[in-house]
Design a protein around this ligand. Structure first.
Ligand SMILES: Cc1ncc(COP(=O)(O)O)c(C=O)c1O
Length: 444
C-alpha cells in the first residue's frame, strides 16, 4: 500500500521550539545553502516580537530596528491599523486570483496612482516581490520599445531573479551563470568614491560612450535607484537622473526608476525619491515598504507603455492578493494620517546631525550621507585614501547590537552602516542611537 510522505506521526510533538539551539540546528539542517548564507551577526539573533520601531528577541531583550527588517517595515512593526485591515481581510477571503474581480487591489491601484505625478495616465500591475516587479519592468520596456539593450548602474541592486540579477551591479549578488544579455552597466555617480569623483558630467558622458560602443544604439531603457540601497545609500546627484534619462530617451529607451527602498515617503522631502530630480519616469518599480512586511510589490507604468502586454498572459499567482493589498491600503493611510513623510524628514535630519557629530569625533567615519530616514555612515581606514574599513565596520556593527541597535552592513566593501528604520522613529530613539553608536565606536 502506498504511504504518504507526510505521515501525521512525523509532525507529532512539533510545537514551535523557540530555543536558540533548536532554531539554529533546524536552520543548519533543513535550509538550503542559498537561504542559509545571508547571516549578519557572529552569533544568531532570534526575533520573537515587534512593535513600532522596536523588536524583542526570544529572551525578551529589546532592540531598536534601524534596518526596518530590510526597509520593509515602513510604518512600524505590527501597526494596529495594518493588523486590523489584514485581520478583516483574512477572516473574509484570503486569496482571490486576479482573473476574478475584487475591490481591495483595485482600490489600492487607484490610491497608488494618486501618489504619482499628475497629468499622466498611470496603471498598476501587482506582483509579490521587488525582483518580480523589476523583471516585469524590463520585459515591459523591451516589449514596448521593440529594443533589447538596457542600461543599469554599477553598484545597483534590483533583486535575485534572473532578470533583476542581470541588472544588479554588485558581484556578491551575481551568480556564476550566464545572466541575461543586452544589459550594460555604467559607472554610478557616487559623489564620495565614484571613479570620476564628485561631479556629474563625466558620468553622463560615459552613458553616451556606452550607448555608442556597447549597444546597438537603440535602447529599451535604463533603470536607476534614486538612492542606491544595498550599494550603501548612494544618492544620485542633482542633474544625473534627468541627464541620463534624456540620453536614454533620445536612443528610444524608457526611463525606469527602482523605488523599492527609497519610495513611500522614506526620503522625507518627497513621497517618491525621483520627485527630487525633476523627472517623470515611464515605469516605477516598488516593493518593501508598500506592504509593511507583507509580500507585495508593484510596477506602475504609463498606460501606453503597459498596454504592449495586453496580448499575452503575465501572471504572478499571488500578485494582487487581497490580504497583501489590504495591508498596502492601510500603509498608505497610516503614512498620511501620522504624517510619516514629515517625520522621516524631521527625525531623519536630527539623526543625520548626530551622525555628523560622530564623524567629527571618529576619524574612522569617512562619510555621512542620506536624506530622511535613509542614512548611512561609511567607515574608512584613512580619510585621504578612503580605504574601506571592512573589519572595523563589522566590529562597530557587533558592538551596536550589544547596545541594542540593529543595523545593516552594506556597500560593495561591507563598510557602510545603513539606517532605514520604520518611519515612526522618534526623538528618544535618536538619543539612543547617539549614545549607542558613540559607545560602539569608542569600544573598538
Ligand atoms: C532597490 C531594490 N530593488 C529590488 C529589490 C528586490 O526586491 P525583493 O527582494 O522583494 O525581490 C530590492 C531588494 O532588496 C531592492 O533593494
Amino acid at each position: 500500500m502506498a504511504t504518504s510522505n507526510l505521515h501525521p506521526d512525523a509532525l507529532k510533538g512539533l510545537a514551535t521550539d523557540w530555543s536558540t539551539e533548536g532554531i539554529v540546528a533546524r536552520r543548519e539542517r533543513f535550509y538550503a545553502a542559498s537561504q542559509r548564507a545571508f547571516v549578519p551577526y557572529r552569533t544568531p539573533v532570534v526575533f520573537k516580537r515587534g512593535e513600532g520601531q522596536y523588536l524583542w528577541d526570544e529572551n525578551g531583550r529589546k532592540y531598536l530596528d534601524l534596518l526596518g527588517m530590510n526597509v520593509s517595515v515602513s510604518v512600524g512593526h505590527c501597526h494596529p491599523a495594518v493588523v486590523a485591515a489584514v485581520r478583516e481581510q483574512v477572516e473574509t477571503l484570503v486569496h482571490c486570483t486576479t482573473m476574478f474581480y475584487h475591490p481591495v487591489p483595485a482600490h489600492l491601484a487607484e490610491e497608488l496612482v494618486a501618489t504619482m505625478p499628475s497629468g499622466h495616465d498611470w496603471v498598476v500591475h501587482f506582483t509579490n516581490s521587488g525582483a518580480e516587479a523589476t523583471d516585469l519592468a524590463l520585459l515591459m520596456a523591451r516589449a514596448h520599445t521593440g529594443n533589447i539593450d538596457f542600461l543599469a548602474l554599477r553598484n545597483g541592486y534590483h533583486g535575485a531573479t534572473f532578470g533583476a540579477q542581470s541588472l544588479t551591479g554588485i558581484a556578491s549578488f551575481r551568480h556564476n551563470v550566464p545572466l541575461l544579455g543586452g544589459i550594460v552597466h555604467v559607472a554610478n555617480p557616487d559623489q564620495y568614491r565614484g571613479i570620476y569623483g564628485p561631479t556629474v558630467e563625466p558620468y553622463l558622458d560615459e552613458i553616451d560612450r556606452a550607448i555608442a560602443t556597447q549597444t546597438s544604439g537603440a535602447l529599451a531603457g535604463m533603470i536607476i535607484e534614486p538612492v542606491q540601497g544595498y550599494g550603501g545609500i548612494v544618492a544620485m546627484p542633482p542633474g544625473y537622473i534627468a541627464g541620463a534619462f534624456e540620453r536614454v530617451r533620445a536612443a528610444g529607451g524608457l526611463a525606469v526608476v527602482d523605488e523599492v527602498q527609497s519610495g513611500f515617503a522614506r526620503t522625507g522631502d518627497h513621497f517618491w525619491a525621483f520627485e527630487a530630480h525633476d523627472v517623470v519616469p515611464d515605469i516605477v518599480v516598488m516593493a518593501k515598504g508598500i506592504g509593511n512586511g507583507f509580500p507585495l510589490a508593484a510596477v506602475v507604468a504609463r498606460r501606453e507603455v503597459a498596454e504592449c502586454m495586453a496580448g499575452k498572459f503575465y501572471f504572478n499567482t499571488y500578485g494582487a492578493n487581497p490580504v497583501a493589498c489590504a495591508a498596502g491600503r492601510a500603509v498608505l493611510r497610516v503614512i498620511a494620517e501620522e504624517r510619516l513623510q514629515d517625520n522621516a524628514r524631521d527625525i531623519g535630519g536630527k539623526l543625520l546631525s548626530v551622525l555628523d557629530g560622530l564623524r567629527q569625533r571618529y576619524p574612522l567615519i569617512g562619510d555621512v550621507r542620506g536624506r530622511g530616514l535613509m542614512l548611512a555612515v561609511e567607515l574608512v581606514q584613512d580619510r585621504a585614501t578612503k580605504t574601506p574599513a571592512t573589519a572595523a565596520t563589522a566590529q562597530v556593527f557587533e558592538a551596536a547590537r550589544e547596545h541594542g541597535l540593529i543595523l545593516s552592513k552594506s556597500g560593495a566593501h561591507r563598510n557602510v552602516l545603513r539606517m532605514v528604520p520604520p518611519m515612526c522613529l522618534n526623538d528618544g530613539d535618536v538619543e539612543h542611537v547617539a549614545s549607542a553608536l558613540d559607545a560602539s565606536f569608542a569600544s573598538i
